[in-house]
Design a binder for this molecule. Sequence first.
Ligand SMILES: Nc1ncnc2c1ncn2[C@@H]1O[C@H](COP(=O)(O)OP(=O)(O)OP(=O)(O)O)[C@@H](O)[C@H]1O
Length: 317
Amino acid sequence: MLQVEQLTRRFGDHTAVDNVSFDVPDGQLIGFVGGNGAGKTTTMRMIMGVLAIHGGQVLVNGRPITLADRKTFGYMPEERGLYPKQRIIDQLVYLGRLHGMSQKAARASATDHLERFGLGERAQDHVEKLSLGNQQRVQIIAAVMAQPTALVLDEPFSGLDPTAVDQMAAVLREHSRRGVPILFSSHQLDLVERLCDGLVILARGKVVGKGTADQLRGDAPVRHRLVLDGDAGWTRDLPGLYVADVEGNTAVLEVMTPGAERELLEHALRRGSIREFARIVPPLSEIYREVTADAHNVHDGDHALDFAGDKAKEFSA
Ligand SMILES: Nc1ncnc2c1ncn2[C@@H]1O[C@H](COP(=O)(O)OP(=O)(O)OP(=O)(O)O)[C@@H](O)[C@H]1O
C-alpha cells in the first residue's frame, strides 16, 4: 500500500499542494483528478522524490518511502523523456537495465510489450520517427516493463487513440491483479469512472473528495426522472417534492418527504400513463463539477479545509 500523508508543497508564497492525504491500496487503480493547476503533478513528483516535500510524508506498507522503493516503481512523468535519436528497442532495454533487469529480460519484456502495443515492427526505428501517440505508448512500456511494485502515472492516457487506451487499460489491470497499487492522473472522467477502483479529487491543492464513484455519489441528492404522456408541469404543485426541472412531458425531481413519490405516481396514473420513472445515476463528471465548484466558491482557506474534511470519504482498504 502506498500512502500519502498530509503532503504539502509551496512555490514561493503559493501552496500548490496543501495537506493532501490519500491511500493507494494494493491491487487498486486510483484515479487522480482535478483541474489544471490543482496540484496533481506536484503531488506525484513528491511521491517519486523528484521534488522536495515541504510537509507530510509518503509511506510504503506503513513505513517511510526510500530511494530503493522508488527505484522499483514505474513512473511516467508529465514531461516525457525519451531520447529522439535512439532506437526504440535500445532505449527500452537501457531503461529496463536502470530498473535492475538483465539485458536478456529487458529485451524480452520490451519486445513483448512492443508487440502488445502494436509496435513490434517499429522496434528498430528511432523514437523521433514515431507519432506522438506512439511515443506515448513507448513511454508507457518504459514505466511497466520491469514488473514495478507500484505505478505512478501522470496523464498516461492523454493523446492515446481508443485502441491504445484499451491496450493500456488491459496492461494496468494485469498489474493491479498482481497486487500493484496504481495511481494515475487524468482529465478524462469517463475513462476514470470506467477503470478506477477509487478516485481522489483535488482542487486548489486540497483533496475535496475521495472514495469510490458510488461513495461520492452518496453525497449527491437522489433524483428521479418522470416521463409522462402529457405535460409534467403539474408536478410542481405536489407537496413533499423538489422539482429541479420540467421540460414538456419530463420532470426531474427529488423526494423530500418519504412517501411523496407514491402520491406522485398515483396522480400521474390518474392523468394518463407513465412512460418512465427511474432513479438518475449522476455521471462522475457531474459529481466532479459539484465538488470542485463548491471548493472554488470557498474563499477562506480554513473553510476550504473544513469542507474537504466533511466531504472527503476514506477508502475502506
Ligand atoms: N516548478 C514550479 N514553480 C512554480 N510553481 C509551480 C511549479 N510547479 C508547479 N507549480 C504551480 O503549482 C500548482 C500546481 O501545479 P501542478 O502542475 O501540480 O498541477 P496539475 O494538477 O498537475 O495541473 P495540470 O492538470 O494542468 O497538469 C500550479 O499553480 C503551478 O503553477
